[in-house]
Structures are given as structure tokens and as C-alpha cells.
Design a protein around this ligand. Structure first.
Ligand code: F6P
Length: 360
């Protein structure tokens, strides 16, 4: 039996996308027979599917990419909430995606992406396409999987940043705040914060009180430590803002001329403690470069599992790791849900028991 498989990467990139693509392709060729497999690469995520920008791929295309960062297919953000909206260009995106699937004579489509990608994957599955998702994101916030590929590499990079901040913070007797990606979920900041020995960790799931943050900084200072390291998730907010909806929060910040929560916290620490606070933003460095060994293994396992799903013609699923086992969830059960850090999470408790403050 012939299998013609479409594959796309969508949303923000992360290390491990190419390793996953390689895992799927090599396992398909191996398990189904090279002569029975045709792989079609869709460029730039759903944008390529909407506009039928596809290329036939060969076995050789998947060699030498295990360690390569980014995605050989290219990616774009194509917001889910706009998928059913017909804009000025008059393009019916859902209709076009189905047309491309048919024009390319695909038997199935693999979608490598985060939460937004999974919502569109479910939409396409509901429209009758054979879809298999693969969970990527440095945010680790996909519901139903313990871990996403890209996350561990980003934890390593953010940890390295925190390690480096320690020495310079100590030399200059400064409070250094490291802003770490994660708009909705604080997994990356929590894990890097613990691995990098941060003194204070601020995440969206635990709104902070600036008085408490300053108190922790001063307490450390009084105990003889001349510096503090604060790991701040980019999406964190204080207890007053927690009462507001996201849009109201953004409006209030814009009116007050606040650029980011991290900049505001640094300014408040300067003002309230008299200590010098500075901000460091690793930003997209967290998403760049080669995947860690952990992520190479995870991406390969996910890719091979996806090939097994193709072999069984088991669609409408997304690959996951649960309790150490690679498995799959129904898109219906996970798409549209987010996995947040629970304030009572064991890892939060571990940090608290070390004396780390969450500013609450
Ligand atoms: O979803 C991954 C992520 O890196 C988030 O942590 C971050 O908020 C966002 O993407 C940034 O996206 P962009 O690169 O499109 O600005």
C-alpha cells in the first residue's frame, strides 16, 4: 500500500523540529518500504497549505538534519481564530487547505506545532482530513503530554543564561532579572529557575505582590548576599492585574507606558529597595540552535511513533509522552486546552522548600 504523507511545521519554531521530521521520514521509509512512501513538505506551515506551496521530498532531504535547529520546512504564525474568517484577500482558508490536501493527493497530514497548531489540526480532522499532530513548543504547555520537544533545550539555554548572570550580578552587587519566554505558562521559567538557582521565580500562574518581591530581595541582602537573581516569565502579572482580563491588563499597561512586566519589576525594585536592578532578555536565543540530547531522543521517539500511527492508519490523534511512555491522545480531547503549572505542583513546592520566593 502506498502512503503519500504531507508534513508541515507551524507556529513559533523550536529545536527538535528537524529531528522529528527526520524521525517520521526514516521510520516511514523503514517500516513501510521506501517504494511505498512519498513525502510532501508543506512550506511555512498552514500558510503553505492554504496557498499550495509544497515540495516533493526525497530520502536524502532527511539526512544530516538531526542536529539542525529551526525547521527545514519553514514556519509561520497563522492564528486559529482567523482560520474561518475570510479577509480582504477573499481567501477561504479552510476550503483552500482541503483543496491542497486533495490536489497533493495526500493520504494524511502531519502537523508539528503548539496549541494554535493543534486547534487547526482538529478543525481539519473535523473537515475529514487524516491528521496526526506532534507536540512542539519551548513553553511545554500542550495538554495531555508530560513534555513537548524543544522544551528541554530551552531549559538548558535559559539555565546557562542564569548561571552567567550569577557571576556578573555578584561582581556588581546587582539584582538581575532574566526575562524568559512563556506568555501563558511558566514551565520554562520554573524549570530554568530551579536549575539556575534563581532566588525569586515569577510565573503567570502565581500572580506576584511587588512588596513581597522587594521583601525577599532585602532579606537576601540583609543576610549578607550582595546580589539576587530573579527568573521572570514574560507573561507574569501582579495580584491587581490578576483581577483583570488580558485585554484590560494590556490596555492599563499601555496607558501607564509599561513595556514589559520585567522592566516594571526592575524599576519598582530600584525605587523600593534602593538596590540596582537590571534586566536581561535572552528572547529568541531560547528557540535557536541545536536540540539537546534529550530533545533529539524525544523528537525521534515522537517521529517514530507518528510513523506507527500512519502504518495503522490511526488518525485524528496527537503524539504524547505520558508517565514515561510514548502514546497518543485524540485531538478531540486535547485541542483547545492548555497545560498550566499548578500552584501546588511538586516542583513549585520543591522550590519553596529551598526558600525560593514566588512573590506571593
Ligand atoms: O510559543 C513559543 C513562544 O516562544 C512563546 O514562549 C513566546 O511568547 C512566543 O513564542 C513568541 O513568539 P514570536 O516569535 O512569534 O514573537
Amino acid at each position: 500500500m502506498k502512503h503519500r504523507i504531507g508534513i508541515l511545521t507551524s507556529g513559533g519554531d523550536c529545536p527538535g523540529l528537524n529531528a522529528t521530521i527526520r524521525g517520521v521520514a526514516k521510520a516511514c521509509y523503514e517500516m513501510l518500504g521506501t517504494e511505498n512512501v512519498e513525502i510532501v513538505g508543506v512550506s511555512d506551515g498552514y500558510y503553505g497549505l492554504i496557498h499550495n506551496i509544497c515540495k516533493e521530498m526525497k530520502l536524502d532531504d532527511f539526512s544530516g538534519i538531526l542536529t539542525r535547529g529551526g525547521t527545514i520546512l519553514g514556519t509561520k504564525r497563522q492564528p486559529f481564530k482567523m482560520m474561518k474568517v475570510i479577509g480582504d484577500d477573499n481567501v477561504d482558508k479552510v476550503k483552500n487547505m482541503k483543496k491542497t490536501y486533495q490536489a497533493q493527493k495526500l493520504d494524511c497530514l502531519l502537523t508539528l506545532g503548539g496549541n494554535g497548531t493543534h486547534k487547526t489540526s482538529k478543525l481539519l480532522a473535523d473537515e475529514g482530513l487524516n491528521v496526526i499532530g506532534l507536540p512542539k513548543t519551548i513553553d511545554n504547555d500542550i495538554y495531555g503530554t508530560d513534555v513537548t520537544f524543544g522544551f528541554h533545550t530551552a531549559v538548558d539555554i535559559a539555565t546557562d543564561a542564569l548561571d552567567r548572570l550569577h557571576t556578573t550580578a555578584s561582581s556588581h552587587s546587582r539584582i538581575l532579572l532574566c526575562e524568559i519566554m512563556g506568555n501563558k505558562a511558566g514551565w520554562l521559567t520554573l524549570n530554568a529557575g530551579i536549575a539556575g538557582g534563581a532566588d525569586i521565580i515569577l510565573i503567570p500562574e502565581i500572580p506576584y505582590d511587588i512588596e513581597k518581591v522587594c521583601k525577599s530581595v532585602l532579606k537576601r541582602n540583609e543576610s549578607g548576599k550582595n546580589f539576587s537573581i530573579i527568573a521572570v516569565a514574560e507573561g507574569c502579572f501582579d495580584k491587581d492585574e490578576a483581577k483583570l482580563k488580558k485585554k484590560e491588563r494590556a490596555k492599563r499597561r499601555a496607558e501607564a507606558g509599561i513595556t514589559t512586566a520585567t522592566n516594571r519589576i526592575a524599576a519598582q525594585i530600584n525605587q523600593m529597595t534602593g538596590l540596582e536592578a537590571r534586566v536581561c532578555v535572552p528572547g529568541h536565543m531560547l528557540r535557536g540552535g541545536s536540540p539537546s540530547a534529550y530533545d533529539r531522543i524525544l523528537a525521534t521517539q515522537f517521529g517514530v511513533y507518528a510513523a506507527q500511527l500512519i502504518q495503522k492508519q490511526c488518525y485524528g490523534m496527537t503524539v504524547a509522552k505520558v508517565g514515561g511512555e510514548i502514546t497518543a491522545n485524540k485531538l478531540d480531547d486535547v485541542a483547545g486546552k492548555t497545560k498550566f503549572v499548578q500552584p501546588e505542583d511538586q516542583l513549585v513546592q520543591t522550590a519553596r522548600n529551598l526558600g525560593v520566593s514566588f512573590g506571593d
